[in-house]
Design a protein around this ligand. Structure first.
Ligand code: SF4
Ligand code: FES
Length: 347
């Protein structure tokens, strides 16, 4: 097998060696941290994805060692391959920050700000981008684009008003199922995700479109409005499944399994696709072998209220409070006359 040539690329002053053919976005992911551009449409598991949303724009300050001229325009990092000696600016570029603010403003033009009632709230990539790059008020004066909600089969609801036309669900249906029956119909302002003559998406792997959707446009009807995601506890579990890997994350409230999803990596991408049976029909803990709590980034709202790896202090309560007994903290009247009715009567 021919040896893959490695080349050097510098992103935000950090140099990394990557195999030839790597994109700027993949190289940034190899470095990790803040230098990784956000990606609303690119999905490493889906062939051909990327190039639609422009959130991953970066500045190429030096093209390569052989041709050091900078690229005149910002480029989509998910679609641009690295060259040897290339220098890229992401968070160190004011041009990029400015452009990203503009892209987010465009993505939010028609997107409803209904996070308080949206099932995706807390795990929505657009919500995160809105916090980081959004404006406090809209400059849009025209009537917003709205659509009726559609049921796509018995398990999935499409709320097209929230869709950002990233095409991820289209690629998922194309690449995981034998017969895709939905896609983007019309163009420009009229473009919408739709099923051809209202056919339902009933393929056994179609539930994965819910996991790849970066916003709340495709939601799980078995979970809709059941709970907020930050009140649930993600638990890794598996089962013997004839159709898929059977490895999932259960989202539990107490012992109740409210939702089943595929496991996701640090970029929020599905690790292995799961079938509809595992996702929608196995909602009891007895269906699963529980492995333990899922790791959630401590920056995620989902980690609120979860105390993984909690360290219990060795000292007793009394030792921490210089010998005072706990009951003294609850009834201060034995040590203070403040607000003590009996004390007032006495005087
Ligand atoms: S429904 Fe979701 S996954 Fe499909 S194009 Fe719209 S935003 Fe992307
Ligand atoms: S992630 Fe690169 S254009 Fe959308």
């Amino acid at each position: 097998m021919a040896e893959v040539k490695h080349i050097k690329v510098t992103i935000d002053n950090i140099t990394v060696e990557v195999p030839q053919g790597t994109t700027i976005l993949q190289a940034a992911r190899m470095i990790g941290g803040d230098v990784v551009p956000p990606a609303m449409c690119y999905y490493s598991k889906l062939e051909g994805s990327g190039g639609k949303c422009r959130t991953c724009l970066v500045e190429v300050a030096k093209g390569s060692e052989a041709d050091p001229r900078p690229m005149p325009k910002l480029v989509a990092s998910c679609r641009t391959g690295v060259m040897d000696g290339m220098e890229v600016r992401n968070i160190t570029s004011d041009r990029v920050k400015d452009a990203r603010n503009g892209v987010v403003e465009f993505l939010l033009l028609n997107h409803p700000l209904d996070c308080p009632i949206c099932d995706q709230a807390g795990e929505c990539h657009l919500q995160d981008l809105g916090y980081e790059h959004g404006k406090e008020a809209t400059r849009y004066e025209f009537k917003r684009r709205t659509f009726e909600k559609h049921d796509l089969g018995p398990y999935i609801q499409l709320h097209m008003t929230r869709c950002i036309l990233c095409y991820r669900c289209v690629y998922t249906a194309d690449q995981l199922t034998e017969k895709r029956v939905h896609g983007v119909l019309s163009r420009g302002d009229h473009a919408e995700i739709a099923t051809y003559i209202e056919k339902s998406l009933d393929n056994n792997f179609i539930g994965n479109v819910i996991d790849v959707c970066p916003v709340g446009a495709l939601t799980d009807k078995t979970f809709r409005f059941k709970n907020r995601v930050w009140f649930t506890k993600p638990v890794l579990a598996h089962r013997e499944c004839k159709s898929c890997c059977g490895k999932v994350t259960l989202w539990q409230r107490g012992d109740q399994v409210l939702r089943v999803t595929a496991r996701k990596d640090q970029w929020g991408e599905v690790e292995e696709w799961i079938c509809n049976e595992c996702r929608f029909d196995k909602k009891s803990t007895s269906d699963w072998t529980i492995e333990g709590p899922a790791q959630v980034s401590r920056h995620s709202v989902i980690s609120q209220g979860h105390y993984e790896k909690l360290v219990q202090p060795k000292e007793t309560f009394t030792a921490v409070h210089d010998g005072r007994q706990p009951q003294l903290l609850m009834d201060i009247h034995s040590v203070s006359e403040v607000n003590d009715k009996t004390a007032k009567t006495k005087s």
